[in-house]
Design a protein around this ligand. Structure first.
Ligand SMILES: *[C@@H]1O[C@H](CO)[C@@H](O)[C@H](O)[C@H]1NC(C)=O
Ligand SMILES: *[C@@H]1O[C@H](CO)[C@@H](O)[C@H](O)[C@H]1NC(C)=O
Ligand SMILES: *[C@@H]1O[C@H](CO)[C@@H](O)[C@H](O)[C@H]1NC(C)=O
Ligand SMILES: *[C@@H]1O[C@H](CO)[C@@H](O)[C@H](O)[C@H]1NC(C)=O
Length: 642
């Protein structure tokens, strides 16, 4: 492969290539006009997709009495009493509703969404891998077909939508697994899928067989049933469907899969709506199926917005509900329901994953799920799950019609001129991943800080028995500065620490959040790479005590090891599209290997992509041309951002 770096003047030449070579795909860059900022739209009259809903709520009033604005956190070397089990760096992952996987991953394996690659790459740089589940309610009726019209890998049978979440039956082709595999070849994503479970007699094993054949060890697990405790309520089983019936069905599945069932299944995947974990353990589920069970899992949201979306249940007013997310209690109350289950799992040598979660089921809440408050909530909740001995949490992505997406591609018919929208939960993922570090050996401890005040929680992260990082939250919003607190962190021998802030002006803010000064911008502004310059603060300590200011609102990650690598430049795909064929890698591997800018690669990924920065003026297009003139990488983000 020859790699050419050319100027924008040659862009028209590329368009000519498109015309003469069917394998070449060129996606138009964003035009030189700004998308209308939805913040200026009238929320009351907004009729567009939920993902861009302009509703901005009021931050809750300051609590009375306020929390103490100065408190101490003393940490011991070798002091990990009560800390969690060892946590994988990739604790924070994603769950992509199967029916929107073609929007998130790419239309088919010839078209991989570059912003998705970049978003995964940011996390892979920090954790080594990202775990992504493709599934959800839509996995249950997914049907493998040989081909679909127009080279599609996925098609919805919208007329036959049923159930509370209006889930359409899905047809998919093997190309879904091919694109997943191709993505893993580019960035280290590891996958979960789910076996359709509505029809058990016989089970349709085509998903299991095809995905295992194509993904091999890139596949981490297959769900056996998705929220089986809701099957009866939703009309997929008789009203007397009980934990014992689920146990029997998983037994039949394992029998049908034979050797293929070894160490791959995930269960019981309860929503904890009708059944409790103990009822499943009582059937002997874990002991009987231990050889088949790769993970135990649950799926849980702290609240739901089903009434507003589908007329089910009762109405939860977003403004009134907002404070429930702006407190340490939210994650604690949810995680505490699983402490017996995670303790039990440890005795059985099994890891437990929160397999599908987010702010609220049925799409989340306008103004909550897409606010900075949700970034703080998601981070506190993920740390709380880690403290509670879960081994991972997958935050759900539901498409244009939900509020809680960690990231959202533009509507299909706007993809030529708009970019992606990165939501608060993705910032939670970045901060969580850095909090856990790269070593897959973090232990997380809720410090019950500031006398357990619910608005100022803190966690310590230990590695090899030593405290390495401290996570500090301030859930309050107070532009006066009067609610900025100071945590005095005391560790013997400390002389200075580094601090990275996750910040916004208010818990209500939408878009433009900053992680150590960098951002993915507002709606439709991201190609998946952080913009702006990284801002890491250094704080001097005296006598081993380091005063850390935590503004209201914000999250502060205190890096106790001053020499720790803070973060690496993460951009790897300076493109808006990647094309290729079949299972071939679509970007020169060398580009990836050197993408942190130390050699080879021209370093575009290293630079700021802010407006007005030097790149924007350079306007280069980076193109790799290989055999048969297949253009596999194009359109520099600098151009896109001019
Ligand atoms: C992807 O879709 C395009 C048409 O949009 C088609 O030409 C191409 O063959 C498809 N790729 C695969 C691998 O099916
Ligand atoms: C809906 O499902 C029924 C029964 O499976 C099928 O006959 C019909 O064709 C489906 N509708 C569409 C639009 O495919
Ligand atoms: C997590 O597991 C560890 C090790 O077994 C235990 O000491 C700790 O108490 C557990 N944490 C919680 C919150 O149950
Ligand atoms: C995209 O499609 C939607 C729904 O069909 C339509 O309302 C909208 O105007 C279209 N936008 C563009 C830019 O074509």
């Amino acid at each position: 492969m020859a790699k050419l770096t050319i100027t924008s003047a040659i862009a028209s030449f590329l368009l000519t290539i498109t015309a003469i070579n069917g394998e070449v795909t060129i996606y138009k860059q964003k035009p030189l006009v700004e998308p209308t900022l939805t913040e200026t739209a009238d929320a009351a009259s907004y009729t567009g997709a939920a993902a861009y809903d302009p509703t901005v709520l009021n931050p809750p009033a300051l609590p009375d009495p306020p929390p103490a604005m100065a408190f101490s956190i003393g940490l011991q070397n070798g002091g990990t009493m009560g800390a969690s089990i060892l946590q994988p760096s990739s604790f924070f992952g994603f769950s992509v509703e199967m029916s929107v996987s073609n929007q998130i991953l790419g239309k088919n394996s010839s078209y991989i969404q570059v912003p998705f690659l970049n978003l995964m790459s940011n996390l892979v740089k920090r954790a080594g891998e990202v775990r992504v589940r493709v599934g959800g309610n839509t996995q249950e009726t997914a049907k493998l077909v040989d081909t679909l019209p127009d080279g599609k890998m996925l098609a919805k049978d919208i007329e036959n939508a049923s159930n509370p979440t209006q889930t359409p039956p899905l047809d998919y082709t093997r190309d879904l697994f091919t694109i997943m595999s191709a993505i893993s070849d580019l960035v280290n994503v590891r996958w979960f899928l789910g076996i359709p479970f509505f029809d058990t007699n016989p089970f349709d094993l085509s998903l299991s067989q095809a995905s295992r054949a194509i993904l091999g060890d890139k596949l981490l697990g297959l769900q056996a049933g998705n929220e089986p405790d809701l099957y009866s309520r939703h009309g997929h089983r008789n009203s007397d469907y009980a934990p014992q019936n689920y146990y029997d069905e998983v037994g039949s599945l394992i029998a049908a899969m034979g050797d293929d069932a070894r160490n791959i299944l995930i269960g019981p995947n309860l929503a904890n709506a009708e059944w409790q974990p103990q009822q499943i353990w009582d059937t002997g589920f874990v002991d009987s199926y231990s050889d088949s069970l790769a993970f135990l899992s649950f799926e849980r949201y702290p609240n739901d917005n089903c009434f507003a979306q589908f007329g089910i249940g009762h109405f939860n007013d977003p403004q009134e509900t907002f404070p429930e997310y702006l407190t340490h209690k939210s994650g604690q109350e949810l995680a505490s329901q699983y402490l017996e289950a995670t303790a039990y799992a440890q005795t059985k040598g099994k890891a437990v994953i929160m397999f599908e979660t987010n702010t609220a089921s049925c799409g989340g809440f306008p103004g909550i799920s897409d606010s900075f408050g949700a970034a703080l909530w998601g981070l506190d909740y993920a740390l709380q799950l880690a403290h509670s001995n879960f081994s991972g949490a997958l935050f759900h992505i539901g498409g244009q019609n939900v509020y809680y997406n960690p990231f959202t591609p533009p509507p299909t018919n706007q993809s030529a001129f708009r970019q992606w929208t990165v939501g608060p939960i993705y910032y939670s993922a970045l901060a969580m991943t850095e909090a856990l570090g790269r070593g897959n050996n973090a232990q997380v401890l809720d410090l019950n800080a500031n006398d357990g005040n619910e608005f100022t929680p803190a966690y310590a992260i230990f590695e090899d028995g030593e405290p390495t990082r401290v996570a500090l939250f301030n859930y309050l919003t107070d532009p006066s500065g009067g609610s900025t607190y100071t945590a005095s962190i005391a560790v013997a021998g400390l002389t200075s620490v580094k601090v990275k802030y996750l910040s916004a002006d208010s818990v209500s803010q939408k878009g433009g959040f900053r992680w150590a000064g960098q951002t993915f911008g507002n709606h439709f502004e991201s190609d998946g790479r952080l913009m702006g310059d990284e801002d890491v603060r250094e704080v001097q300590c005296s006598d081993g005590v380091c005063p850390i200011e935590v503004p209201a609102p914000s999250f502060a990650l205190v890096l106790l090891k001053g020499d720790e690598v803070v973060s690496e430049p993460a951009a790897t795909f300076a493109t808006t599209a990647v094309t290729g064929g079949g299972n071939t890698a679509t970007v020169d591997e060398k580009v990836l290997e050197t993408s942190n800018g130390h050699s080879g690669w021209d370093g575009i990924g290293m630079r700021s992509t802010s407006r007005g920065s030097v790149d924007a003026a350079v306007g280069r297009v980076d193109v790799t041309i290989g055999f048969g003139l297949t253009v596999v990488s194009m359109i520099c983000a600098a151009l896109v951002l001019i």
